[in-house]
Design a binder for this molecule. Structure first.
Ligand SMILES: Nc1ncnc2c1ncn2[C@@H]1O[C@H](COP(=O)(O)OP(=O)(O)O)[C@@H](O)[C@H]1O
Ligand SMILES: [Mg+2]
Length: 370
């Protein structure tokens, strides 16, 4: 056992958490992510784990043997000393502890603290005070990122709605003053903006499913090469020159068990990005992989993605160029691929452009029967 955990030299009763942990597993207080501080019946610190050191910035060497209020000088938000206020050793003998509270460490660092009083018998003297300290920084970070997400979403929804509102208000107020051609133009803009809002909402719903692990994957055999070919044909049918696309398939390809709609969503995003953000020929390689599965590589000859931004392309709302859409596409693509047990990478194509490669495993039959 380490110096920090000399807890067993205290009173005979073990507080459980301060002991060496489940026999044979080698789990100790230092494995906890929460700070753990234990004081004996005299209020002297007998355990100060690694997380407590990290959170309080006090070393165990200094804390061990010191009075609890010195090793852990906590104050409540009004600046009152918490140990004096709660008086674990002298207070009501029926107290079993203190519920979770937001307290301050010297220097103003906020922590969440709970204390448990261990007594030999229900109203007997306190043998141990077991204090758990949680860092609130991680929670704050998630709260901040939620707030940022809401702000971004609100902003993304507002710009098309502002345009919809502007054009409809103008048309309603001055209907007679516009020619049919002008009215048509305005309505087309309104229509496009309404589509944008609808798309954005669909993407946000996808994101919420991905983030909460509720993305449903309805598997069936999918011929990936045929799916890619269909997407290319759709681009050509909508007026893009056929020479912009090159499809190369390496046979034999296994049929992967995947959700065809989701695979379509992935292909559509990657091809659209290659055409819109990239340039030149878009080359799509479909190959078998080891372990058994299939990979699709989409390469273009455009400007590519700067080295320093490569780790950001898969994050929400990241947009590298002004030609961008919502910046949600690749985040969703990654979520879908990973929900299939696959993976996706970004790199530089031999021709200088961007190269996205995703791999889908052939799902094991045992999984499908489940
Ligand atoms: N093939 C590509 N070539 C260059 N940049 C790309 C390519 N694909 C994606 N990007 C960059 O990654 C960003 C994020 O892509 P994405 O998540 O699909 O969002 P969006 O297409 O809505 O902007 C894009 O804004 C673009 O800057
Ligand atoms: Mg996109």
């Amino acid at each position: 056992m380490t110096v920090r955990t000399s807890a067993d030299s205290g009173a005979g009763e073990s507080s459980g958490a301060a002991g060496p942990g489940p026999a044979g597993l080698g789990i100790g207080p230092d494995d906890l992510s929460d700070g753990l501080v234990v004081a004996d019946e005299r209020g002297r610190v007998v355990c100060f784990n690694a997380a407590a050191e990290r959170i309080t910035a006090v070393s165990a060497v200094h804390a061990l043997g010191a009075p609890l209020e010195r090793a852990l000088p906590l104050e409540d938000l009004e600046g009152r000393r918490w140990w004096q206020l709660t008086d674990p050793y002298g207070g009501l003998a029926i107290r079993v502890g203190q519920p979770e509270r937001n307290l301050l460490l010297p220097g103003g660092r906020e922590v969440l603290v709970t204390a448990r009083y261990v007594r030999s018998r229900p109203t007997g003297p306190v043998l141990r005070v077991v204090v758990s300290i949680r860092d609130t920084e991680a929670r704050r970070r998630t709260e901040r990122s939620h707030a940022e997400l809401i702000a971004t979403v609100a902003h993304e929804l507002r710009s098309p709605l502002t345009s919809v509102k502007g054009f409809t208000a103008t048309l309603l107020a001055k209907w007679e003053r516009f020619t049919d051609e002008q009215k048509r133009l305005m309505l087309e803009t309104v229509d496009a903006d309404a589509n944008r809002v609808t798309r954005l909402i669909a993407e946000l719903l996808d994101i919420s499913r991905i983030d909460s692990g509720r993305l449903e994957v309805r598997r069936q055999p999918v011929d990936i090469a045929a799916a890619v070919s269909r997407h290319i044909q759709a681009h050509v049918a909508s007026g893009r020159p056929a020479e912009r696309f090159l499809l190369r398939v390496t046979q034999p390809l296994p049929a992967v068990w995947a959700d065809p709609d989701k695979v379509d969503q992935v292909l559509s995003n990657l091809l659209e990005n290659a055409v819109r953000h990239g340039d030149g020929t878009v080359t799509i390689d479909v190959e078998p992989t080891d372990p058994v599965g299939a990979s699709v590589t989409v390469s273009d000859e455009g400007p590519g993605i700067p080295e320093e931004s490569m780790n950001r392309v898969f994050t929400r709302f990241w947009r590298g160029s002004k030609r961008g859409g919502t910046g949600l596409g690749l985040y969703i693509v990654k979520g879908i691929v990973e929900a299939h047990g696959g993976s996706i990478t970004v790199g530089r194509a031999p021709g200088g452009g961007a190269r996205f490669r995703f791999m889908l495993p052939v799902a094991a039959p045992a999984y499908l029967n489940a």
